[in-house]
Design a protein around this ligand. Structure first.
Ligand code: RI2
Ligand code: URA
Length: 506
C-alpha cells in the first residue's frame, strides 16, 4: 500500500511508524505488529495507531525511520505487513521454559541492539528471565553476545582492574572513592557504570554531577591511559550496547533478574578487557540478596562466569540492610563522597566499605601485599592522592576540577521527617527510602534525594529530625512527603507496629 509520508520529528529510540486505524485495518495489522517500509531502502518498523494525528492514506515516520531511510518527506512509501522477527520467537521459547541455543541467544541480542524488538517484547524477555533463570551456558552466551555486539577496548598494558556493584543498597557511592584510590596507586581502572536500576542514583547519575559521562570506547581508552581511571556511563559508549537497552526496561519494573545481572555486569567488564575484578554484593534485608547464603551462591556464579570469560573475579559480600553513608540521591551522595576525599571526614560505613574494596583491588593488582590493601587505600585517601586523582579524572572528562564538596547543592525544597516518639531507630526500609528519593525526583533531578540524620541503632528524641527529603521541584517534594507520611521508611523502637481492628469496627 502506498502511503504519503508525514514526518514525525520525534526520537522514540526504535523504528516505529504511525498508521491511521483505517489503513491499519486494510493492511491487517494491529498495534505492535510490524510492517515493511520500502523507499529506496527498506526496513521493518513497529506499528503505532492513532485516529487523530495521522489521516487515512498517510503514514507517520518517526525520526529513526526517516534517518535510516535517508529520505525526503514529500515522497510516498510502500507499506506492507511483515512477520515477527526470529528474535521475538526466541523470547517465547524462554517464556515456555525451553533451553536456548547459542545461536538463538545471539539472534536475540542482535534484535535488542538493532532495535527490532518492541518494549513489550523486551519486557516479556525481562519477566521471563526473572521467572525462568538461564543455565550457566546460556548466561555465558548471553554475556558473550552482549560483548560481541559492541565495541571492545584492548589496552596494551596490563593488568586492567575493575570494580562493580550489583547495586540494591541506597547510597552506594563507593565507586567515586574506589576508582581514584586504585588509579592513584598506578593501576588502570576504566570504570563503566550503569545508571540507576533499582536505586535512586547509579554511579553514572552521580558522576554526571561532576563531569560529562558520555564517551566513545576510544575516548574511554585514551582517557584511562592518560590518568589511570575514568567513571563513565556504559550506555553511551557502544560498549555492550544491549545492556543499557535492557536496563531501560528493568528500571520501571524495578527488577534485576539473576541471569541479566550476571551478563550485564560481566559484559561491561569483558568489553573493557578487565583482568582483575572485585564485585560488591550488598547483602541483607531490603537488598537484592537477602542473606549470606544467597550472596555466596551469587559470588560463585560471578566467579565461574569470570573464569569462563578469562577474568579473575573476587567478590565482597557487604552489609546492605542499611544505606551506605548518610545520603541517597546524586548531588547529596557526591557531596558526601567529595568530603571524604577532601578530608577523610564522613560516615564510617562509606570509608570502611570503599577502602576495603579498593584494598582488595590493590592486592589483586600487586601494588599492596596481602592483608595490607585496606591500609594502603586509607593512606591514599589520607595523604590526598585520591583527591588529586579524582580531580584529574573530573578534568579529563570535561568537568571543573576545582569543585569542592561545598559547591554541590542539594534541592532547595526540603521537608524533615521527625521521630514520632523517643527511642532507637530499629528499622530502615531501603526500598521505601529509594521510592521516596525517586518521588522527589532522583536520579534525573540531581538535587533530589534524602539526607539521613539518624541511622539504625541510633537514639532519637520525639520530634527530632530523622530524614530530610530534598527536591528541586515543590510538587515532587509534596508527593515524596505524602508517600513518606503514608508509609514511613523508619520505625522507632517501642512504636505500635499495626493496629488490627475487630470485625465490629470494620
Ligand atoms: O540502581 P541499583 O540497582 O541499586 O544499582 C545500579 C548501580 O550499581 C552499579 O554500580 P557501580 O557501577 O558498581 O558503581 C551499576 O553500575 C549502577 O550504577
Ligand atoms: O551494572 C549492573 C549492576 C547491577 N545489575 C545489573 O544488571 N547491571
Amino acid at each position: 500500500m502506498q502511503l504519503k509520508v508525514q514526518p514525525l520529528n520525534i526520537k522514540v529510540g526504535k523504528y516505529k511508524v504511525v498508521l491511521n486505524s483505517v489503513d491499519a485495518k486494510e493492511l491487517g495489522v494491529n498495534e505492535g505488529d510490524r510492517v515493511r517500509v520500502r523507499d529506496h531502502d527498506s526496513l521493518t518498523a513497529i506499528v503505532d495507531f492513532t485516529e487523530d494525528m495521522i489521516s487515512p492514506g498517510m503514514v507517520g515516520l518517526y525520526h529513526e525511520v526517516q534517518e535510516k531511510l535517508q529520505r525526503e518527506w514529500t515522497e510516498t512509501v510502500d507499506i506492507s505487513p511483515a512477520s515477527i522477527p526470529k528474535s521475538a520467537q526466541v523470547i517465547k521459547k524462554l517464556m515456555n521454559k525451553q533451553k536456548l541455543t547459542q545461536e538463538e541467544i545471539y539472534l536475540l541480542v542482535n534484535g535488542i541492539v538493532d532495535e527490532s524488538l518492541s518494549d513489550i517484547e523486551l519486557s516479556a524477555f525481562m519477566t521471563a528471565s526473572y521467572i525462568n533463570d538461564m543455565s550457566d551456558d546460556e548466561t555465558e552466551w548471553l554475556t558473550r553476545a552482549m560483548i560481541d555486539t559492541g565495541e571492545k577496548i584492548e589496552f596494551d598494558t596490563h593488568p586492567v582492574m575493575d570494580k562493580h556493584s550489583i547495586g540494591g543498597v541506597p547510597g552506594n557511592k563507593i565507586s567515586l572513592l574506589v576508582v581514584p584510590i586504585v588509579a592513584a596507586n598506578g593501576l588502570m581502572i576504566p570504570k563503566t557504570s550503569s545508571r540507576a536500576i533499582t536505586g535512586a542514583g547509579g554511579t553514572s547519575d552521580l558522576m554526571e554531577v561532576l563531569a560529562p559521562v558520555e564517551f566513545t570506547a576510544s575516548e574511554v581508552r585514551s582517557m584511562t591511559e592518560k590518568v589511570g581511571g575514568v567513571l563513565v556511563w556504559g550506555g553511551a559508549t557502544n560498549i555492550a550496547p544491549a545492556d543499557d537497552k535492557l536496563i531501560r526496561i528493568e528500571y520501571p519494573l524495578s527488577i534485576d533478574p539473576h541471569c541479566q545481572l550476571l551478563a550485564s555486569i560481566m559484559a561491561k567488564k569483558g568489553s573493557v578487557g578487565a583482568d582483575q575484578v572485585v564485585i560488591d554484593i550488598p547483602t541483607g534485608e531490603g537488598t537484592k540478596i537477602k542473606n549470606v547464603q544467597e550472596g555466596r551462591k551469587l559470588a560463585r556464579d560471578l566467579i565461574n562466569l569470570g573464569e569462563r570469560l578469562g577474568m579473575n573475579i573476587e567478590c565482597a559480600l557487604t552489609y546492605g540492610s542499611s544505606p551506605v553513608g548518610r545520603t541517597v540521591g546524586p548531588a547529596l551522595e557526591v557531596r558526601e563522597a567529595l568530603k571524604v576525599l577532601e578530608s577523610m571526614e564522613g560516615p564510617n560505613s562509606l570509608i570502611e566499605k570503599s577502602t576495603s574494596i579498593a584494598g582488595m583491588l590493590l592486592e589483586m593488582g600487586g601494588v599492596a601485599i596481602k592483608g595490607q590493601g585496606r591500609k594502603v587505600a586509607e593512606d591514599t585517601l589520607r595523604n590526598g592522592y585520591a583527591l588529586n586523582k579524582m580531580k584529574e579524572i573530573i578534568d579529563i572528562q570535561g568537568g571543573d576540577s576545582n569543585v569542592t564538596s561545598d559547591d554541590i547543592n542539594a534541592g532547595e525544597y526540603t521537608h524533615k521527617l521527625t521521630a514520632p516518639t523517643d527511642g532507637y531507630l530499629i528499622e530502615f526500609n531501603n526500598k521505601r527510602l529509594i521510592e521516596i528519593a525517586r518521588l522527589a525526583g532522583a536520579p534525573n533531578d540531581k538535587g533530589a534525594g534524602v539526607l539521613i540524620h539518624k541511622k539504625r541503632g541510633e537514639s532519637v528524641k520525639k520530634d527530632q529530625a530523622v530524614l530530610t527529603i530534598h527536591s528541586e521541584k515543590e510538587y515532587k517534594l509534596k508527593s515524596a512527603v505524602k508517600s513518606a507520611q503514608m508509609n514511613s521508611p523508619i520505625m522507632i523502637e517501642g512504636m505500635l507496629l499495626e493496629r488490627v481492628p475487630s470485625y465490629k469496627e470494620l
